[in-house]
Ligand binder design. Sequence first.
Ligand SMILES: [Zn+2]
Length: 113
Amino acid sequence: MHGAFNMLTLVNRQKLLEAGKGTRFGANWPGQRCLAKTRQGKACKNPAMKNRGRCRLHGGKSTGSRTPEDKKQAAAAHTKHGRRSKAHMEKVRQINADLRRVILQGRRAGLLP
Ligand SMILES: [Zn+2]
């Protein structure tokens, strides 16, 4: 009875080892790695979290800014000069449209060549 139990567990163990091979995080693991720069200057080898691209130690757990103040702060940190901001681009577009209209009116009135 004891021997049969051992054989059974051995078979199960072998099956489990085979079943886990595809998902083991060894050197030949085919999945996506974190690749963040570590303090040793090398790429992190941990598996990246799903849909995040980084491991749990390198920002993979972060869900980003949640409150409006935090979102504003994050946007401010990513803004260099604001010349490409939505508000500024719209202002420039409006100025150019006004300029085109004035030039067209000037031409129609014969004030411009
Ligand atoms: Zn990492």
